[in-house]
Design a protein around this ligand. Structure first.
Ligand code: ADP
Ligand code: MG
Length: 506
């Protein structure tokens, strides 16, 4: 059993711990034995306090198994499992731990940390495993705060997922109209836009917005009967009722509701009888000013496998499409999803994902889930390198820099503008890019500028050579190839170049 002590110079002197001064009043024995009267509930309260003041990611990374070695009214000595943990707690989180300790036990003025691997013995009942504690605390919190998914009264009790809300639907140019129409429908169900027909490709948020409208109407008008269903389920309801000879009852039930939401109506293609039933239901609801909300993968008139009379009914209200979200919207969605999972995604990593993943929001969310799982299960932190590796593994993007992200920024016209942008981005003088020195801080921007001129603006090597103080063709070629080799290893630089291209629209 190896025991070590935090600071070796226990001579009753002030010891500087990253801006902190601690006063040690006595020497510790070489082998640490916790006091008999250790109060685990005090430690638990301190840990609980820390879970609210520290970032989740920090807490889970640096706080492992912990106990108390000594506890007096003035002083708390934490007992931790490794010198890594001790160093981090003492250096990075000293202030937070001290104030959490003071909050729980106001007379405490000194805290300290000791390492003893023996703490790892699972039978030690005075030890708190911070990861387990965190899970318990947050799951309790969740249970208190978030109501479970709701069952909707009515036909076979459809479930609307309460996490889909208008408030957490991120608005951008691609879905502004849908959101506005959805809000109008919530304000005046049955009279604003009837039916509301939303169409778009998979994974762009149709189900989210439909269910969000359902949730909002149910919250606002408690007495309204809201049914969310999918075309698939509608179809099986119908088939079931045919088997049981209860088609009329099925129709009556549907006709008695106030808001009917049917997702993915394209799946009714070729199901003529089901379409007829829906046609009848639609007419009754519509005549009674009941709200109908539908979604499909195409606008009604392109859903040619549906009966023309049904298609034309779908066109009576408003038809809005959900488009592909742009970079900013993707980024905001990703950040919102991370926030909802209480996961701290560094800004540059979020940008990297949003930049490199294209249209499908569900795919972006899938990557976020993988990153969270990797972090929680294997302690792999969300860095650009790790995420880039994951993206390549999933082969969602062809090549991180080479992919054809269509950029919205205005195209630059001249090499001068490019040089200005590159110099500005790397924070150096333009002339340092053009000169022929060997300083690394100038060489990379120089190579980046050449590379972009060649690959994105189609300049010839000769022309680039002339711009860069008359270098010859092969020197430019060499620089471009060199950068390509660097880019294969340096994902951060990859990413920076993507940002530059984004800014320049090239
Ligand atoms: P669709 O029904 O069009 O296939 P979904 O509604 O299932 O797509 O969306 C896929 C995922 O993307 C969902 O988790 C949804 O919450 C999310 N999503 C899509 N668009 C947005 C948005 N604008 N804001 C927030 N989340 C979105
Ligand atoms: Mg859907």
């Amino acid at each position: 059993m190896s025991s070590e002590f935090y600071l070796l110079t226990l001579r009753g002197k002030w010891i500087n711990l990253t801006h902190q001064r601690l006063y040690f009043t006595k020497k510790f024995p070489t082998k640490f034995m916790p006091q008999e009267n250790i109060d685990v509930s005090l430690l638990r309260e301190i840990i609980k306090e820390l879970t609210t003041t520290l970032r989740k990611q920090d807490f889970l990374t640096y706080f492992k198994r912990i106990s108390l070695l000594e506890q007096t009214p003035e002083k708390i000595v934490f007992w931790v499992v490794s010198s890594f943990m001790r160093d981090n707690l003492a250096h990075k989180f000293f202030n937070e731990i001290l104030s959490a300790s003071k909050k729980i036990s106001p007379t405490v003025s000194v805290i300290d940390f000791c390492v003893d691997k023996n703490i790892d013995n699972p039978s030690n009942s005075s030890v708190i495993d911070c990861a387990v504690e965190y899970k318990e605390l947050t799951s309790k919190k969740k249970k208190e705060e978030i109501p479970g998914t709701e069952m909707v009264e009515g036909i076979n009790s459809r479930i609307i997922n309460s996490k889909y809300r208008l408030e957490n639907f991120i608005i951008g140019p691609s879905n502004q109209l849908v959101h506005a129409a959805a809000e109008a429908v919530v304000r005046r169900p049955g009279s604003a836009y009837n039916p509301l027909f939303v169409y778009g490709d998979v994974g762009l948020g149709k189900t989210h917005i439909l269910q969000a409208v359902g949730n909002a109407i149910k919250e606002r008008y408690k007495d309204k009967k809201v049914i969310y269903t999918t075309a698939d389920r509608f179809l099986s309801d119908y088939i079931e009722s045919v088997k049981k000879r209860t088609v009329d009852r099925m129709k009556e039930k549907y006709q008695s509701i106030d808001v009917l939401i049917i997702d993915d109506v394209q799946f009714l293609a070729g199901k003529d009888q089901t379409q007829t039933v829906l046609y009848n239901i639609f007419n009754t609801l519509y005549e009674n000013n009941k709200q109908i909300i539908l979604s499909g993968d195409k606008p009604p008139k392109e859903l040619t496998a549906l009966e023309p009379r049904l298609r034309s009914r779908f066109e009576w209200g408003i038809i809005v499409d959900i488009g592909i979200p742009d970079f900013e919207t993707r980024l905001a969605i990703l950040q919102e999803k991370a926030r909802a999972r209480e996961f701290i995604l560094p800004q540059e990593v979020a940008e990297f994902i949003a930049y490199n993943l294209g249209a499908n929001v569900r795919e972006i969310e899938g990557v976020l889930n993988q990153i969270i799982a990797e972090y929680e299960l294997h302690n792999i932190p969300p860095t650009i390198d790790n995420v880039a590796r994951r993206l390549n593994k999933l082969s969602i993007t062809d090549s991180l820099i080479g992919n054809s992200t269509k950029k919205m920024a205005a195209s630059i016209k001249t090499y001068e503008e490019l040089l200005d942008a590159v110099a500005g981005h790397f924070g150096i003088e333009k002339r340092n890019i053009l000169w022929d020195d060997r300083k690394k801080e100038n060489m990379i921007p120089r190579q980046v500028a050449m590379y972009l001129l060649k690959n994105r603006m189609n300049y010839t090597y000769e022309r680039i050579g002339n711009i860069f103080s008359g270098r010859n063709h092969s020197a430019v070629l060499y620089s471009c190839k060199k950068l390509e080799t660097i880019l294969k290893k340096d994902q951060n630089l990859f990413y920076e170049i993507n940002i530059l291209r984004d800014k320049l629209g090239i």
